[in-house]
Structures are given as C-alpha cells and as structure tokens.
Design a protein around this ligand. Structure first.
Ligand SMILES: [Zn+2]
Ligand SMILES: [Zn+2]
Length: 278
C-alpha cells in the first residue's frame, strides 16, 4: 500500500513539475529537460556533445554549505581555500589569512568585500543562529536547508528559485510516519525561528538528500554540499556521463571579484562537463 501511495505521489509530482524550465536560453540548443515515463525528468543532449567542451556554466548556488571541518580554511563567500599544499599552475601557492566573523566566530572571509557580500546575501540571517550553536554547529546539509528557509521567510530568494527547488523529485513518502528527518525539520524550524511548516522543511530535507552534490573545489575534491536544480536533473544515473567542475580561477581569485576575468568567467561558478562524448 505504501508503495502504491508512493508511486501515485511521484506521478502527481512529475506531472506538476513537468513545466520546470531550468535551462538558460543560451543553452537551449545544447540540452533539454524531458520527461520519461519510468525515470522521471532528466537532462538530455539535443545533439552530439564533445568531451572537449563544457556543456554549460552555472552561477553560485543558493543552497549550499561548507563542511564543518573545512570552515576554518575556506572563505565563506568566494570559497577560496587557503593553505593549500598544492601549487597551482599559473598561480603558485595560495596563502591568505582569513578574518573571522566577530558575530558567530564561525564564518571566515578572505577580505572585506567577501564579508560584505555574504552578509547582505545570507549571513546576516544565519549569524545569530550560528552564534547560539557555535560549539554544536549543525551539519552542512542542515545548514544548507536552513539557509533557504531563512531566505524564503524574508522573501529575498532570487525569482523562481523557490519553485525550482521545492518542485524537484524527492522520493518523499506520503505516509505521515515520523522519521528522523521530521526531528531535523523541527530542529531547523526552531533554530531559524521560522514560520514555515515542519512538512515543508521536511520536504526540503528530502529534496536536499536526494539531489545534493558535493561542493567541488578546483583541486581538492569536496568542501561541502550544494544543490543546483539543473545539476539535480543530471544526477540520478548509475552510469554518470556528466560531471561538475570548478574552474581553477575560482580558487585564487575567489568566485567573482577579479577584474582580469571576462564577464562570463566572473559569472561562472561551475561548468557541467561531459565525461565522454555524448
Ligand atoms: Zn573570499
Ligand atoms: Zn557571523
């Protein structure tokens, strides 16, 4: 019975999300989101894609968080990772001292510009919460969900972002049985002092659990978790043919600031790259 409920739920969900258009116009000649009966929505190549070229470039994700043990060495805005032992071609070694946020003592920044940007974009909503939980900081996944809860509560999310995220496939069961995710949702609601329902926060946790990817660094592997609605639609295969890649310039110049970068390079947070010809 529970399986039937779940099947019906996912069919309703698929029907209601079939209009989710997450592909920028500039990439619509390359890729397409299509619905398949057995596998749900996915991203498909519209024509031959060479392994030599990135499929598309995406900007800074709304939902993301740095792992607790990476917070000390990572700028909280541009994600510059300091103290790398690896010399970077063209750039040498990165060594920059990070300044700690005097509010929460958790977030660290490479410079004032990053601190100001992060403050206005999201940290002013999180800082007091982090301060309370300084010695028992929630995991990265919970912090990523808490960020979108805080931004949605204050109505400051980029347009359409809420719909793109909340409508992602989550495999959430329709049964009303409590789970540990219910406890986590209640915890987030309490910490964020949110007016959002526990059910909605629980759905965000399911969405995050089934759609999140690692937050990649240009050379290290993962520094946390992120969720991008488009990446989520390429992330359900047992035989992946696409990967996400952070361009190396984001390691040294941070994510957006260098004036030596072109407009496109400044906008780019990650590239989607084919792992083989598609
Ligand atoms: Zn920075
Ligand atoms: Zn702070």
């Amino acid at each position: 019975m529970a399986e039937l409920d779940s099947l019906i739920d996912s069919m309703i969900q698929q029907r209601s999300t079939s209009d989710v258009a997450s592909i920028n116009d500039e990439y619509k000649s390359e890729i397409d989101i299509r619905q398949t009966f057995s596998k749900g929505q996915g991203v498909f190549a519209k024509h031959f894609l060479s392994v030599k070229h990135a499929i598309c470039s995406l900007s800074y994700p709304t939902m993301m968080a740095i792992d607790s043990d990476a917070l000390q060495k990572t700028c909280y805005r541009c994600l510059l990772v300091t103290a790398t032992k690896l010399p970077l071609p063209e750039y040498g070694r990165v060594s920059k001292e990070l300044k700690t946020c005097s509010g929460c003592h958790i977030a660290r920044f490479c410079d004032k510009a990053c601190q100001v940007k992060a403050w206005h974009a999201y940290h002013k909503y999180e800082c007091a919460v982090f301060k309370k939980r300084q010695h028992n900081l929630p995991s990265a996944i919970l912090r990523a969900v808490m960020r979108i809860v805080l931004l949605k509560d204050r109505d400051v999310l980029p347009s359409d972002e809420w719909r793109r995220i909340i409508s992602l496939t989550s495999h959430e069961q329709v049964s009303r049985v409590r789970s540990n995710l219910t406890d986590m949702a209640e915890g987030i609601k309490h910490l964020a002092q949110s007016k959002m329902s526990v059910e909605t926060i629980q759905r965000l946790l399911f969405v995050m659990k089934f759609n999140a990817t690692e937050l990649p660094t240009p050379v290290y592997g993962s520094a946390g978790v992120m969720l991008d609605p488009l990446v989520a639609k390429i992330n359900h295969s047992c035989e992946p043919n696409v990967s996400i890649h952070r361009p190396q310039q984001t390691m040294i110049s941070g994510w957006t600031d260098s004036t030596q970068l072109s407009e496109d390079e400044r906008k780019t947070f990650i590239h989607l790259v084919p792992l083989r010809d598609i």
